[in-house]
Design a binder for this molecule. Structure first.
Ligand code: GLN
Length: 291
């Protein structure tokens, strides 16, 4: 029998991924390789160890990861973590994987709030908590509250709060319930990446996204349900001068801006992500006095 080496194992894994029509087979293979064998792929592949035989247990782990990936399961779920805003977030089945697009939301809120002191922030539909945790790291935050409805998601949220030494608190509840609102004080910033995919989007999900919780993705027939209801319910939770900031889906900038304007928000603006897609809408809770 020919002996397995790290090299042969890696190459056949990438082959299997390619045959399974996984888009970035080389990249995904290397990420799972690192996770299973506990090495840095980029340096390891040039070392003589690359032609040695891997430990049987590690190999089993690697093979099972590759098999899961071929079913279309997201790479992030398989390795159990993903980086967001330079911070490691624990992820897995039942929670939305942090997207790079969402860094635009964090960037925008940081820019608008730099220099402000003792901020009180509420992160609605928090999921992993990546937004609130990144804001807490970069702003002067006195109080951080995460609202999350899913028990499964909140188990990751708890881990991420602990992992980053956050003072954030979790309120378990529906962001659209008056009950939840009654547990939360006035805040300087209400931030949210709510579910915003339309019925059509849901019928055409990428295989990987199909593994993620529908509850975190589906925003009603036109994708706008959460913007309408969050704005209506949460506008009174903002202090004077407070900021509301939403991530939005492709093409939702006018509708979401309209919702904010209709509810009395001022300075309503939208901002593009790295791909020049409008990804964030913000509004301010400012009374303009004319006397
Ligand atoms: N950005 C996610 C996607 O396109 C959707 C996340 C959300 O609905 N908030 O899959």
């Amino acid at each position: 029998m020919v002996k397995n080496t790290y090299r042969s194992v890696y190459l056949s894994a990438v082959d299997a991924l390619e045959n399974g029509e996984i888009e970035n087979a080389g990249f995904d293979g290397a990420v799972m390789f690192e996770e299973a064998f506990g090495v840095d792929y980029k340096t390891f592949r040039y070392s003589s160890d690359f032609d040695n035989e891997p430990d049987g247990k590690d190999l089993e782990k690697f093979v099972s990861m590759i098999k899961r990936r071929i079913t279309g399961e997201p790479l992030q779920y398989i390795i159990g973590k993903w980086e967001f805003y330079g911070m490691e977030m624990k992820v897995g089945e039942g929670v939305l994987v942090p997207r790079q697009d969402t860094e635009t939301l964090v960037d925008t809120v940081i820019k608008k709030s730099k220099g402000k002191k003792d901020l009180e922030i509420v992160d609605l539909c928090a999921g992993t908590g990546c937004i609130g945790l990144a804001l807490e790291k970069h702003l002067d935050v006195k109080k951080l509250t995460f609202v999350e409805n899913s028990l499964q998601a909140s188990s990751y949220l708890e881990k991420n709060i602990a992992r980053h030494g956050s003072r954030g608190e979790i309120i378990m509840g529906d962001v659209l319930s008056k009950n939840t609102l009654s547990w939360i004080n006035q805040a300087d910033i209400v931030v949210s990446n709510p579910p915003y995919l339309t019925k059509d989007d849901m019928d055409n999900l990428q295989t990987e996204v199909g593994f993620e919780p529908k509850q975190a993705l589906f925003g009603g027939e036109d994708g706008l349900d959460f913007y309408r209801d969050i704005t209506r319910l949460w506008k009174n939770k903002l202090k004077d001068g407070g900021l509301i900031a939403f991530e939005i889906g492709i093409g939702q900038e006018n509708d979401v801006s309209e919702i904010l304007i209709r509810h009395g928000f001022k300075n309503v603006r939208f901002y593009p992500d790295a791909n020049d897609i409008f990804r964030v809408v913000t509004g301010e809770n400012i009374e303009l006095y004319t006397d």
